[in-house]
Structures are given as C-alpha cells and as structure tokens.
Design a protein around this ligand. Structure first.
Ligand code: CP
Length: 305
C-alpha cells in the first residue's frame, strides 16, 4: 500500500478519489450499513504529541471498518529511550499492517516509511498535516459541491496545517491566499512546490501581510492557533506578532456571504478567532472535525483494502 507522508506525493485523481470515498463512507455510516472491509487488519498509532481528533478518529475509524487500532505512546515505546527508527520500523512491520505517526521532525516519518515494509500515515509533523487537509477539502466540497476555482483564505501562522492546506488546494485547483505577519510565512520550498502544482490547475497561491486582502471574496476562511505544542516559550512574542490577525466579525465581512469558517481545532476563542465567528452560522468546524474520521477511513481502505 501507498504511504501518505505529504500530499505532494499524491495526485489530483488520488486525492479526489479519497474525498469521494470519504463522502460515500459517511453516507453509509449514517444509513447504519455495516462495513467490515478491514477485518483482521491492525493500524498502529504512534503519538509523540498529544491529540484528541487524530487519535479518536483513527481508532474509531478502524473499529468501524472491522479492524483494530493500537495506541502506542512514544514515551512508552523503546524509541523514547533511544531505539532507532530503523529498528522500530522493521519490528512493527512484523506485527501490524500500517502505522500512523504524530511526531516532531518530518524526517522521522520518512525514515519510518523507508525502513518499514508497511504504509505510513503522517498524523502531523513540524512541516505537514495531510490528513487534516483531506478533511478540510472534504468539508468544502460537501458544502460547495466543487473545489476548483474557489478561494480559500488562511489567516495566521504559516505552519504545518497551512502547508498541507496550500498543497491540497493547489492539487485540486482552488486558490489559496495566506495572510501572515513577517517572519511567520510558510516555508519557501513548500510554497514553490505548491505554486508549480497550482499553475497546472490555473490556481493562484498568494502570500500577503494584510488579512483583509486574503479574505476578500473568499469561499472559506481558515485559521489555526497562534501557539501550538512546543512553542509555549515564545507565547508572548507570538501573541504580539499575531495580534492583527484575529478572525472576527469585521474581517469576515470581506468574505463571500456564504463563506465557510474552518479551524483544525483545538481553538482558543478570542485569540485567533472570536466566539461570534467560530460559534456563528458560517462555522463548519465540527463537521470538519467529524470528516477527519470519514476521510481517513477512505484513506485506510485505499491503503489497506
Ligand atoms: N486537528 C488535530 O489534528 O487535532 P488533534 O491535535 O486533537 O489530533
């Protein structure tokens, strides 16, 4: 089966197939249909950082498809005491059918995939969060019926979530505009890769400093926390840098009337987004969180089925 390390390695057709399948599996679940397509298969979940959505959506998703999920706390594994990724990858490949890993350095995920003989899913690294971006696209597609030509605005930190969403938009031909303070732009090599892909789909990727400019006429407005796991020491500096980047009622007036508000969660109300927006009628954040499970079930079927 194919690994998902970043969406750069996945074609437009593969991504669209996962989204379609995710929608189909969501409908099946609503109708109460039984699906045992992953009967006897086991997914290992390695977490070196905390998680609510990623952990529960993968565990519940595997159970719903008749398979099993093993939660593996990075601290409790021997990798927490220095066993190499090389040996860990070889050993886990003897026991289980796929691995999902949430860690810091993206190179660790690549190493796991290189030395293991089973598919690896990136459940978030310092650079990418591809499963989140699949759920984001699925949510936009469900509500808008299309992705091509839409405008997605991202406000705030040019982080792992922004990187994956930018690549995902480029792949499916949606315009992506990010507003971020100087020094918090997405990584240049990732922007360059995304722009090459976007160009083939007649889509634009723009990086601006002014959040109104990014949000102008957008179909979706997306934000993420200003301080995430591991950045607590810089908290005060970050709060100051992002103070003009709050998604609030004034800002979203510049989006289309039927814009979707999206957030990968967890959210800090009155920091990156006001309660009026995230709890308002244009917010789809809980549907978006739920779609993590449906789209990942589709991904698991494709990888393991
Ligand atoms: N959005 C997301 O990845 O949530 P968790 O950190 O709770 O997994």
């Amino acid at each position: 089966g194919k690994s998902l390390l970043t969406l750069l390695d996945w074609s437009k057709e593969e991504i669209e197939a996962v989204l379609q399948k995710g929608i189909e599996l969501k409908r099946e679940r609503k109708e109460g249909k039984l699906n045992t397509s992953l009967n006897g298969q086991t997914l290992g979940l390695i977490f070196e950082k905390s998680s609510t959505r990623t952990r529960v959506s993968f565990e519940a998703g595997m159970i719903q498809l008749g398979g099993n999920a093993l939660y593996l706390n990075g601290q409790d594994l021997q990798i927490g005491r220095g066993e190499s990724i090389h040996d860990t990858a070889k050993v886990l490949s003897e026991f289980i059918d796929a691995i999902m890993i949430r860690t810091f350095e993206h190179s660790k995920v690549e190493e796991l995939a290189k030395y293991g003989s089973i598919p690896v899913i990136n459940g978030l690294t310092d650079e990418f969060h591809p499963c989140q971006a699949l759920a984001d696209l699925m949510t936009i597609y469900e509500e808008k019926g299309t992705l091509k030509g839409l405008k997605v605005a991202y406000i705030g930190d040019g982080n792992n979530v922004a990187h994956s969403l930018m690549i995902a938009c480029a792949k499916v031909g949606a315009h992506f505009s990010i507003a971020c303070p100087k020094g918090y732009e997405p990584k240049e090599w990732i922007v360059n890769e995304a722009r090459k892909i976007a160009e083939q789909q007649d889509a634009n990727i723009t990086i601006v400093e002014n959040s109104i400019e990014a949000v102008q006429d957008s179909d979706a407005v997306y934000t993420d926390v200003w301080t995430s796991m591991g950045q607590e020491a810089e908290n005060d500096i970050r709060l100051k840098a992002f103070s003009n980047y709050q998604v609030n009622d004034e800002l979203v007036k510049h989006a289309k009337d039927d814009y979707l508000f999206l957030h990968c969660l967890p959210a800090h109300r009155e920091e990156e987004v006001t309660a009026s927006v995230i709890d308002g009628e244009n917010s789809y954040v809980f549907q978006q969180a739920g779609n993590r499970m449906h789209v990942q079930k589709a991904l698991l079927q494709l990888i393991l089925g």
